[in-house]
Design a protein. Structure first.
Length: 368
């Protein structure tokens, strides 16, 4: 039995999200394997989503609303972690906080890398905060005992830190997602699931696709029409449903023939990804249009239309998109073709890596 502290900084656990559902799935799987797991999170919103309580998971939430209160919350969280005294810390990587190195000296820390921080943080952080991150970036990753990267590309980019590294693409608990029945739509329906403020989603390209494919209908979940910086007349065959939870958008997925994934990953200077929403689509049996290389499908798949990762990938491939949609209209992806994305397989690999890191750290301390 291993005591695992799951650490996340500046993460909203007050509402449902794909990331939070992933964390819940990870913790449940680790506990089912006989390990003791608690979450320690800096929570800027306060409150904890009901899905956490339903699964009887222990979330130690440290609430803050300013930079100063964030530092106090961080030190309170460090104190709680030391008191609980885990064998290892699994860290959903964020920005550097004081005393991180001291924490890493007490407990081995394995960081999960989900994006290329150098580019993504520049999009979201203020100039001052981004400068702080660049200055402290080495202090964040140098003390870590290992890295878990969700793509091979990220593993290559973080190889400069010379840490034991494993690539484990994002997974999903297939048992929680029933395959959808095939549709009988006369007009094919396409669906997109996302959230505003993420330019790599390519919402502008989805609107372009709707304009170029008037014979299809499009449902966009997570966006309102006024969330989209679009100057022209909005195509009549696209509908924006705003923010919906999984229960509310389930009927929209059930009516869809094809799903749309990330189309503008190039704006993050990345070519490879393993988005959670793609796993959700596939768990439901929806074929998907993407604009990047997916880590779990290095050789592609008949149910994945992989467009070039470039700005003009839609306008130059409209006929390809139309053929794919018509090919998959009224069909579903067989479950046995996506079994390798199941969370149980991913977590078995993750736990094996955590044990390897622990064994290495124990051996290192014995030599010292």
């Amino acid at each position: 039995m291993v005591k695992i502290a799951y650490l996340a900084t500046t993460f909203d656990v007050s509402r449902e999200s794909g990331v939070l559902k992933k964390i819940i799935s990870q913790m449940k799987t680790w506990i089912s394997q006989g390990h003791e797991v608690e979450m320690f999170v800096l929570n800027p919103q306060g409150g904890i989503w009901e899905g956490v309580r339903k699964n009887s998971l222990i979330f130690n939430s440290f609430v803050y609303n300013t930079s100063i209160s964030g530092l106090f919350a961080w030190h309170s969280m460090l104190k709680a972690i030391r008191k609980w005294y885990p064998d290892i810390i699994y860290y959903r990587s964020g920005v550097y906080y004081p005393s991180f190195k001291a924490l890493a000296c007490m407990f081995p820390i394995v960081a999960e890398i989900n994006s290329y921080d150098v580019v993504e943080y520049k999009m979201f952080l203020s100039q001052a905060k981004y400068f702080y991150h660049r200055v402290t970036r080495k202090m964040l990753f140098a003390p870590c005992a290992g890295l878990v990267c969700v793509t091979n590309e990220l593993a290559n980019r973080y190889s400069c830190f010379d840490k034991p590294t494993v690539v484990i693409a994002n997974g999903i608990d297939l048992a929680n997602y029933a395959p959808l029945l095939p549709t009988n739509n006369e007009v094919p329906r396409l669906v997109f699931l996302g959230s505003p403020g993420h330019p790599w989603h390519g919402i502008d390209k989805i609107i372009m696709l709707a304009r170029l494919c008037p014979e299809f209908n499009f449902d966009v979940i997570g966006y309102n029409a006024n969330d989209v910086p679009y100057n022209g007349q909005m195509p009549s065959n696209i509908k924006f449903h705003g923010l919906l939870n999984s229960n509310e958008y389930a009927s929209l997925l059930a009516k869809s023939d094809v799903a749309i994934g990330t189309l503008s990953l190039h704006v993050k200077n990345m070519n490879e990804a393993s988005p959670l929403k793609i796993r959700e689509y596939l768990a439901h049996g929806l074929p998907v249009i993407i604009g990047y290389k997916d880590t779990d499908f290095p050789n592609g798949a008949s149910f994945l239309l992989e467009l070039p990762n470039c700005e003009d990938n839609i306008i130059n491939n409209v006929q390809l998109v139309k053929a794919f949609v018509c090919q998959w209209k009224g069909r579903r992806v067989p479950r046995d073709e996506v079994l390798h994305i199941d969370a149980s397989r991913k977590e078995a690999s993750r736990l094996a890596f955590l044990n390897q890191v622990l064994d290495y750290c124990c051996l290192k301390h014995k030599k010292v």
